[in-house]
Design a protein around this ligand. Structure first.
Ligand code: AMP
Ligand code: GLY
Length: 410
């Protein structure tokens, strides 16, 4: 099978790394890809993804990032009869519009934080009266995980309103939920659901969950993150109602549905839906997945997911993101990356890298994702950080506590 992966980040590198291992893959391409992906796939330097798929006569296309989904890539491919894994533009609104997602959850009876959607700063100020502190403020459009502010005081809330509404976007105000966050991702063909293992992301830039939010500074995948009861609860209260209601509303959801959940004392509540795989969740998922993923992806694109199954290695996996100077603010790029030739016990997924006269340099906020497994979560953490040590670039920073929260379950 000729497979095309859309995207250029660590998530897409992990996907390509996994798909390249399948005997079902006869040729693997990525558009646009990155220097790490180029080790596993042929990179096509184009933003015209349909033309790329047609030029290689792709049997299957898998979309990584949200932007092409929100722009309607799946509708475009389907109109030409090209199999693709991902939601239509309408279904991708579960991610691309916070207001749509919250109103959908209300209609479908999916547990989520109480909210108000507002259109102007004046409406925001009035609505703030209805919430206690801390309160959560979310910009309506896609923001790469950075459009959310938790305000602890009225002054902070006022500043957040000004900052988030500067572009004139709508805003969602939300009740603050306390608990542990879990990323629960499923693959769906619009009817059937295939759950991936639970993962946990680390959203903020600094250790101890402090500092501003990022796209994700690291993740781990460990079957113990959720027990059997919690998994059934999530499927019954969140995933199945979402898939059923999208179908009932005439917008069946196909592709990866990612529920960002807060596990509260009163059960799971949805913080957000994403219409795609997570980054860096995919890095740890692909590292732990034992089965051939091509079969499940093919089934998802052809509506036969009921016949699929996935198996997982028992060992937990951990991914530590190495970020560039300035991230998650404006980042400096062009710094030489050193030490990758000294890595022996981890897989290093490239995200923001490029080749500059044959020298690997930084080219984005999240530069690399160092990923490894271990017999226990503690050893997976140790194995990963051991392989972080030889890598360096000017301004490099990373969290030193990825996965620690999970140790209490061992
Ligand atoms: P979102 O993009 O909606 O997932 O928000 C980004 C991050 O903000 C989440 O991963 C949480 O860490 C935090 N967050 C979002 N909504 C809430 C909420 N209602 N209560 C507490 N934290 C939240
Ligand atoms: N890691 C969070 C996300 O992919 O949205």
């Amino acid at each position: 099978m000729k497979i095309l992966v859309i995207g250029s980040g660590g998530r897409e590198h992990a996907l390509c790394w996994k798909l390249a291992q399948s005997p079902k893959t006869s040729a693997l391409y990525a558009a646009p890809g990155n220097p790490g992906i180029a080790q596993a796939a042929t990179c096509l330097a184009t933003a015209d993804y349909l033309a790329a798929a047609e030029s290689i006569d792709a049997d299957l296309t898998v979309v990584g990032p949200e932007a092409p989904l929100a722009a309607g890539i799946v509708d475009q491919f389907r109109a030409k009869g090209r199999p693709i894994v991902g939601p239509t533009q309408a279904a991708a609104r579960l991610e691309s519009s916070k207001v749509f997602a919250k109103e959908f959850m209300l209609r479908a009876g999916i547990p989520t934080a109480r909210f108000a959607a507002v259109n102007t700063p004046e409406e925001a100020r009035a609505a703030l009266q209805e919430f206690d502190f801390p309160v959560v403020l979310k910009a309506d459009g896609l923001a790469a995980g950075k459009g959310v502010i938790v305000a602890n005081t009225a002054a902070e809330a006022e500043q957040a309103v000004t900052q988030l509404m500067a572009a004139g976007s709508k805003l969602v105000l939300e009740e603050f939920l306390a608990g542990e966050e879990v990323s629960f991702i499923v693959l769906s063909d619009g009817v059937n659901v295939l759950a991936l293992e639970p993962t946990q992301d680390h959203k903020t830039v600094h250790d101890g969950d402090t500092g501003p939010n990022t796209g994700g500074m690291g993740a781990y995948c460990d079957g113990r993150i959720l027990d059997h009861f919690q998994q059934s609860e999530i499927l019954a209260q969140v995933i199945h109602p979402a898939i059923q209601h999208m179908r009932a509303e005439g917008q069946p959801f196909t592709g990866f549905l990612y529920a960002g959940l807060m596990m509260t004392p009163r059960g799971p509540k949805v913080l957000e839906f994403n219409a795609r795989l997570g980054d860096p969740e995919t890095q740890v998922l692909m590292h732990r997945m034992q089965s051939d993923f091509v079969e499940a992806l093919f089934a998802a694109a052809h509506g036969t997911l009921d016949e699929s199954d996935l198996t997982w290695r028992p060992e937990p996996s951990v991914c530590v993101v190495l970020a560039a100077a300035g991230y998650p603010g404006s980042v400096r790029t062009g710094d030489a990356v050193r030490g990758l030739d000294r890595i022996t016990g981890a897989t290093v997924f490239h995200a923001g890298t490029r080749l500059d006269n044959n020298v690997l340099v930084t080219s984005g906020g999240r530069v690399l994702g160092v990923t490894a497994r271990g017999e226990t979560l503690a050893s997976a953490i140790e194995n990963t950080y051991r392989e972080v040590a030889p890598i360096s670039f000017a301004g490099m920073h990373y969290r030193t506590d990825i996965g620690r929260k999970g140790l209490k379950r061992w």
